[in-house]
Ligand binder design. Structure first.
Ligand code: AMP
Length: 209
């Protein structure tokens, strides 16, 4: 497998995109570009954009297309992303997918694969409400993968039963239409995300090889 791969991870909240993205970037030596992480960092830094985005994120709403498109265009033009990247959480709407296409075309950097991680809606709420992370961004689950005793972990503000409902709604209404868009390009790889993280990683690597 070459390390110069441009990959998108698509799936509902709690499908395991963040966990799998971390494993892929370690393996491939390319940057992990997560719009959620970038927006949370902007919020923590207290920028105007971050504060406005934070209000929408807490409610499980999407941040406007032009905002995230701007952030991603800037990021993929940075030197370390020239040889590839794993995009996690972007695109989340058809206009975002089209804007990404146009930006990559301008740079002559076609996408290699869109990995679609499928997980039944019924298990997502439990996965998401039990999710915790540490300061390094390692992801745990209170039941399935408990953090080591003594490690300080936090829960995302939008990982609540209430916010997950609206995040799932947004996934089905706004994000899932990007799947046929990439299906037409013949680059979708469907992965069953309802298994152990290691098995899911194995399948993704196999699908990319
Ligand atoms: P994530 O960490 O990917 O689950 O994203 C957390 C939240 O950030 C989402 O629920 C949205 O509010 C916002 N967000 C992240 N990526 C995008 C995007 N591509 N488009 C719109 N909103 C986004």
């Amino acid at each position: 497998m070459t390390s110069s791969m441009r990959i998108i991870l698509v799936g509902p909240p709690g499908a395991g995109k963040g966990t799998q993205a971390k494993r892929l970037v370690e393996r491939l030596g390319i940057p992990h570009i997560s719009t959620g992480d970038m927006l949370r960092a902007a919020r923590a830094a207290g920028t105007e954009l971050g504060v406005r985005a934070g209000e929408l994120m807490d409610k499980g709403q999407l941040v406007p297309d032009e905002v995230v498109i701007g952030i991603v265009e800037e990021r993929i033009n940075q030197e370390d992303a020239k040889t590839g990247f794993v995009l996690d959480g972007f695109p989340r709407t058809l206009p975002q997918a089209r804007a990404l296409d146009a930006a990559l075309l301008r740079n002559s950097q076609p996408l290699d694969a869109v990995v679609q991680i499928d997980v039944d809606d019924k298990v997502l709420e439990h996965r998401v409400t039990g999710r915790r992370s540490d300061k390094d961004g390692n992801i745990y689950h209170t039941e399935f993968n408990p953090p080591p005793t003594g490690l300080e972990v936090i829960q995302r503000k939008d990982d609540t039963a209430e916010a997950i409902k609206s995040r799932l709604e947004k996934y089905w209404s706004e994000t899932s239409p990007i799947i046929p868009f990439y299906e037409k390009k013949g680059i979708i790889k469907k992965i069953d995300g309802l298994r152990q993280p290691d098995e899911v990683t194995y399948d993704i690597i196999a699908a990319l090889s």
